[in-house]
Write a protein that binds this ligand. Sequence first.
Ligand code: TRP
Length: 453
Amino acid sequence: MTPRQEARMSINTGDRGQWSSKLGFIFAAAGSAIGLGNVWRFPYVTGLNGGAAFVFVYLICVLVIGLPYLYAELALGRAVQKDPVGSIASIKPKSAWILVGGLGIITGLFILSYYAVIAGWTFGYIFKMFVPNHLTFNEFVADPLLVISLFAVFVILTVLVVYGGVQGGIERWAKILMPVLFILMLILIIYANFLPGSGRGLAFYLEPDFSKINGQVILAALGQAFFSLSLGMGLMVTYGSYISKEDNLISSGLFVALADTVIAIMAGLIIFPALFAMNQNPEAGPGLVFNVFPAIFQQMPMGTLVGVIFFILLSIAALTSTISLLEVPTAYLVDEKGVARKLAVWLVGILVFLIGLPSALSQGAILGMSKPIAGGLEFLSLMDFVWGNISLAFGAFLLSIFVGWVWGARHASEELATGNPSFRKWSPLWGFLIRFLCPVTIFIILLNLFKIF
Ligand code: TRP
């Protein structure tokens, strides 16, 4: 058996997580997409970029670039049934395009390295809910031993799930718990919007002041769209490679994008009204939601219980995302390098932990590391900007050219029509989006980095 076949076998026997039902892919992909990106990143980036105007640009990016590009990744993955590097190599062997797959794998490693730090905070907040008022967020993240232990725990949790097999556990959990998260967030929306003074927050969030849109806002919105939908590094190529030919990529992809966007918008509907009601600053950066949510729970009837449940659910949402981030480098080592799966998972886990240490320590734990490095960003925010924004956008730029021009939009369209023949009438539009609109727009937006645009 080739390593690839072995890997496929292990998927089917549950090592990589076999999703028992037909909805398997949808749960895996939605689980990957919905995470801290929606509840932690989206509100803080919205706050930093002027509120409603950013939300407006974000929604356009999801619809016009994110969704068509999601289909490109899914089509490539299902057609070739390989990890990102292998997929590209089997279409264009021995070409420089393979480096694009490599970039995706490195990006996954780096995103996971700081993502698991934030996930560790989330996990720690489950317990912190019992002792409100004890530590402020700033004190909490400045405790080196605490943040490193929580970070380590979360990496180990991720490794164990990916290693031991998901075997219906996560799927069953996700099926029950994600709707619970949804309902809990609905309740919190209602509560937050009844707080006195919340109206100004709603206006900040929903009434766009279009004069606030500039190159930086557009770049942030594009990056957020890729980050939230788990795009730009080949994750959806990898997950797409496990989808059966009968499945309908179009409707599955649409559902994933819709669910992801709804959860993000809901997070904002809680955060901004509450934030303005409590006279806090929307531009607080990465700590934003860790200050606002506990403050809501403190005032709320049964707040401790609600807070504990909320942070448990958020930790699980983060876990289904870290699993997917760990999966890409692991699949690469297994598929391309023939490393045994269990060894690969631990190798990647240890590497991620080492790369993530400076991020964990950059929020006050070691003062020298908490200073702004470039563009006013300290280490963790800089990592998030470089990998979670620029690298994803750049990866999507290259991959949309690869799918649209090198592999060919026609082949990709055929793949998308397999399982959904009525897609054929949309394929000229999709072909235009993936060949021209996606790469050109991303390129122009990226130029803003060099202040050319
Ligand atoms: N989309 C996830 C979130 O919103 C994060 C994530 C998981 C991700 N896998 C990814 C981002 C792959 C980019 C690429 O929290």
